[in-house]
Design a protein around this ligand. Structure first.
Ligand SMILES: CCCCCCCCCCCCCC(=O)SCCNC(=O)CCNC(=O)[C@H](O)C(C)(C)COP(=O)(O)OP(=O)(O)OC[C@H]1O[C@@H](n2cnc3c(N)ncnc32)[C@H](O)[C@@H]1OP(=O)(O)O
Length: 181
């Protein structure tokens, strides 16, 4: 993909170790019920479902619906970027530290029609200080289907207070904004 150096870990960065409490082999579930990416209670959200088999990568699925169109019959590119962002966020969630997206790069290789199920694979390629380096690939309808979107990102670790300070609450401090552990 067209990749800036900002999303590539410095040479020699070791692969991170999975967190001992990372959820492995079970559905990851939403981090927040009203999250646009993964929340089951979001009326028009993406309802991403995901699993990790190794604690450092995630396999997520998202079926493109009528509410996700840009051009008629085709997924909006911003919606696809959101799906990638969410599946990347699930990887850093496995690290059991709060992170936010600092930089997100996307390459769109193929149009994605309504009705397509995107199979998104995301993984962490390194952690340096507060920065986690991540990559993503989204395929059409099957694990070996054509690649439609590639992504790369830097997520930045933040204190838990970040969400309270800027969003008005975290971890159940505000009713209706409970964050899953
Ligand atoms: C209780 C827990 C709740 C958990 C809820 C989970 C929710 C999950 C939601 C999931 C939903 C999906 C996810 C979402 O949608 S997350 C929502 C979308 N993202 C945001 O809202 C983030 C907004 N931005 C910020 O808050 C700040 O700018 C951050 C925190 C990112 C940095 O500001 P801060 O002042 O803190 O840090 P710093 O400036 O000293 O930088 C520190 C290091 O980071 C490097 N850097 C910074 N920016 C970039 C960049 N753009 N590219 C490359 N690198 C960047 C920087 O060079 C430095 O590196 P180094 O000098 O150390 O080498």
């Amino acid at each position: 993909m067209n990749r800036s150096t900002l999303t590539v870990p410095p040479a020699g960065t070791p692969q991170p170790e999975p967190h001992p409490e990372a959820s492995v082999g079970v559905p990851l579930g939403p981090h927040y019920a009203r999250c646009f990416g993964c929340g089951p209670d979001h009326p028009t959200g993406l309802h991403l479902e995901a699993v990790s088999h190794d604690g450092l990568s995630v396999h997520a699925e998202f079926t493109v619906g009528d509410l996700h169109q840009g051009a008629p019959g085709l997924a909006h590119g911003g919606v696809l970027a959101t799906a990638i962002d969410e599946a990347l966020g699930m990887v850093v969630w496995l690290l059991r530290k709060p992170y936010v997206t600092g930089r997100l790069e996307t390459d769109y290789l193929r149009p994605v029609p309504v009705g397509t199920t995107l199979l998104i694979t995301t993984r962490c390629t390194g952690v340096v200080g507060r920065k986690a380096y991540l990559e993503a690939e989204a395929r059409l309808d099957a694990p070996d289907g054509p690649v439609a979107v590639r992504g790369a990102a830097v997520f930045v670790e933040v204190p838990a207070a970040h969400f309270e300070r800027h969003g008005g609450g975290a971890g159940g401090m505000v009713p209706g904004r409970e964050v899953n552990p």
